[in-house]
Design a protein around this ligand. Structure first.
Ligand code: FAD
Length: 375
């Protein structure tokens, strides 16, 4: 597509920020909008596999991310009650196979580094999209603050409750999965003397706790859980929780898990949502990526990864396919992404990933830049 086009990206989450950074590098004129006035250092961790780090390489930030993150050698699954090992799967211990690291990192840290890959002149915070109007020559964006802007192409990377998705397909509430997640941060000094694994998922029949370090120095430790829950109040994105509530939920778990709960600070509780598969990912000059089109339960730690892979594939299609027709580019993007995103969504929702020894290479070995766009 012509590099003179002005591309608007709504949503500066991990997917939208990747899209903006790669579009900028491909020579497009890009504006990245987000409703937030600024991003705070949300108390959460994220795992980013080699499939993502190959894209960070293209943004020029693979090394800066890896320098602050932890690089676990193995993924381990353990039985909740007796601590028995159910799986031990090489991550960085098999680095040569994947040609990129597997990192665990503070989510806010990762996001800041990614935003640093986008020219600040191209980022507009405090811009909450309220409406959009597609016309012959482009898309008019109207924001909650009363301002508007015109772009030639619009990328909706605005997450689970995407305004862009609602304008394309009509409003529809996301579906509560019947699961919630607790998140907690731990100062590693509080775990002195305990046999803390680098990247371990603790499993029982109906719930789990994922644990890992967030930094190179192993000073911050983190857990995120998956637990069944009957309901969640609509429109509430998270609530504070307590040690007592977690102890009740994880009664009978190994003493190490109970020590993590005791040591945790700022425990929060989050609903896990999904959506039915979307009938369309794009229409005219508007295209969706990430949670805006395929949210999933986070049990495979690949939700953000799929948003980032989407962004990379979309930018490849826009810059490498020789056409000025947005529909041709966007249809190629959908074609190359839908099967993989749906498969990951399915495995993630089933919550079986790496519970037993399996070969994870179809996920971590994927290289978006190795895909033949014309296949
Ligand atoms: P988001 O990250 O949701 O970003 C959307 C952006 O759009 C936000 O910045 C928002 O402010 C902005 N926005 C929204 N509406 C508007 C509007 N109207 N106007 C302007 N801006 C707007 N994934 C992993 O890969 N690894 C993990 O370890 C992992 N752990 C998780 C743990 C939990 C508990 C949960 C709930 C999810 C986890 N995920 C993980 C999933 C991951 O968080 C999401 O899949 C990912 O954030 C989706 O990225 P995105 O860019 O599509 O959307």
């Amino acid at each position: 597509m012509e590099r003179s086009l002005r591309i608007g990206v709504v949503g500066a989450g991990l997917g939208g920020t990747t899209a903006a950074g790669l579009l900028q590098r491909a020579g497009f004129s890009v504006v990245l909008y987000d409703q937030m006035p600024a991003f705070s250092r949300l108390g959460a961790g994220i795992q980013l596999g080699p499939n993502v780090m190959k894209i960070m390489r293209r943004l020029g930030i693979e090394e800066s991310m890896a320098a602050v993150a932890n690089e676990p050698q193995y993924w381990c699954s353990r039985n909740a009650t007796d601590g028995a090992y159910l799986s031990r799967i090489p991550l960085n211990a098999d680095r040569a196979r994947y040609q990129a690291p597997y990192i665990t990192i503070h989510r806010g840290e990762a996001h800041q580094i990614m935003l640093g890959a986008v020219d600040v002149a191209n980022v507009q915070f405090g811009k909450c999209l309220a409406d959009l109007h597609v016309h012959d020559r482009g898309v008019r964006l109207s924001f909650m603050d009363g301002t508007s802007d015109d772009v030639d192409i619009l990328i909706g990377a605005d997450g689970l409750n995407s305004c862009v998705r609602a304008k394309l397909l009509g409003p529809e509430d996301p579906l509560f999965t019947g699961w919630i997640g607790h998140r907690g941060m731990i100062k590693a000094s509080k775990l002195a003397g305990l046999d803390v694994g680098e990247c371990v998922k603790w499993w029982s029949s109906d719930r789990h706790m994922m644990t890992y370090f967030l930094d190179h120095k192993k000073e911050e430790f983190y857990f995120v859980t998956g637990e069944p829950a009957e309901s969640w109040p609509l429109g509430v994105s998270w609530v504070p929780s307590t040690h007592a509530e977690m102890h009740k939920s994880f009664a009978g778990y190994d003493p190490l898990v109970r020590a993590y709960i005791d040591a945790a600070e700022n425990i929060t509780k989050w609903p896990l949502y999904t959506r039915r598969p979307l009938p369309v990912w794009h229409r005219g000059r508007v295209v969706l990526l990430g949670d805006a089109c395929h949210p999933m339960k986070p049990h495979m730690a690949q939700g953000a990864a799929m948003a980032i892979e989407d962004a990379a594939m979309l930018v490849r299609c826009m810059s490498e396919i020789e056409t000025n027709d947005p529909n041709t580019c966007f249809e190629a993007y959908r074609h190359h992404r839908m099967g993989r995103a749906s498969r990951v969504q399915e495995v993630s929702n089933a919550n079986t990933w790496l519970r037993t020894n399996e070969d994870p290479s179809w996920v971590y070995g994927y290289d978006v830049y190795g895909i033949d766009l014309h296949a």
